[in-house]
Design a protein around this ligand. Structure first.
Ligand code: S3P
Length: 176
C-alpha cells in the first residue's frame, strides 16, 4: 500500500464519511472529514456558516481546510460534495494522493438527499420535484469533476445499491 493520502469525493449524502472512516480503520490510517474539521475549527455548524456568512465564505474556509489536510500522512479524507468543484482543490488532491469517487445513480442520490437533507443547507428547504431538479442540476455540473478521480466505485449497479461495508471492501481490494 503506497498511497499515503486517500480522498473520498462524491455528491452530498453519498456516505463518504462512513466509507472514509471504515477504510481508515482497516488500514490503520487517520480519518478526516473536511466538514467536521471546519465545524471543530470554527465551532460553528456548516449550516450556521452558510446562514451567517454565506456560501462563498464557506467555500473559502473549505479550501483552507483542504490545504491544511492536504497530503496528510496515512490519512483518509472525506470531502464535502462541493469541494472538488472550487478553485484548484481537485488538482491538489489528484497530485497529492489517490482520489476515489463514490458514484451513484441519480435516483439513488435523490432518495439519499431526501433522507439526509436536514443538515445540508443547499437542499434543506427543497422537496419533491424541486429537490430532484436541484440534485440533477448539481450532478450535471459536478460529475465532470468527480469523474477525474483515480478510481470510481459504481455504488448503484443494475438497481442494486452497494452497502457501506461492500464499498469499503471494494476500495480496499482495488487500491494500491
Ligand atoms: C455541500 C456538501 C456538504 C457540505 C455543505 C455543501 C455541497 O457535505 O460541505 O453542506 O455543496 O455539496 P457532504 O457532501 O458531506 O454532504
Amino acid at each position: 500500500m503506497d498511497t499515503q493520502t486517500i480522498y473520498i469525493v462524491g455528491y452530498m449524502a453519498a456516505g463518504k464519511s462512513q466509507v472514509a472512516q471504515g477504510i481508515a480503520e482497516q488500514l490503520g490510517y487517520t480519518f478526516w472529514d473536511t466538514d467536521l474539521y471546519l465545524e471543530n475549527r470554527f465551532r460553528l455548524r456548516v449550516s450556521d456558516m452558510f446562514e451567517k456568512f454565506g456560501e462563498s465564505y464557506f467555500r473559502e474556509k473549505e479550501s483552507m481546510a483542504l490545504d491544511e489536510l492536504l497530503g496528510s500522512y496515512q490519512a483518509v479524507i472525506a470531502t464535502g460534495g462541493g469541494l472538488p468543484i472550487y478553485g484548484d482543490n481537485l488538482e491538489k488532491m489528484l497530485q497529492s494522493g489517490k482520489v476515489i469517487y463514490l458514484k451513484y445513480s441519480l435516483q439513488d442520490l435523490i432518495e439519499r438527499a431526501e433522507l439526509c437533507k436536514r443538515t445540508r443547507p443547499r437542499i434543506a428547504h427543497l422537496s419533491g420535484a424541486d429537490l430532484s431538479a436541484k440534485v440533477q442540476e448539481d450532478l450535471h455540473l459536478r460529475a465532470p469533476f468527480y469523474e477525474k478521480a483515480h478510481l470510481t466505485i459504481e455504488c448503484s449497479l443494475e438497481g442494486i445499491t452497494l452497502t457501506t461495508p461492500q464499498i469499503i471492501q471494494e476500495i480496499i481490494q482495488k487500491i494500491d
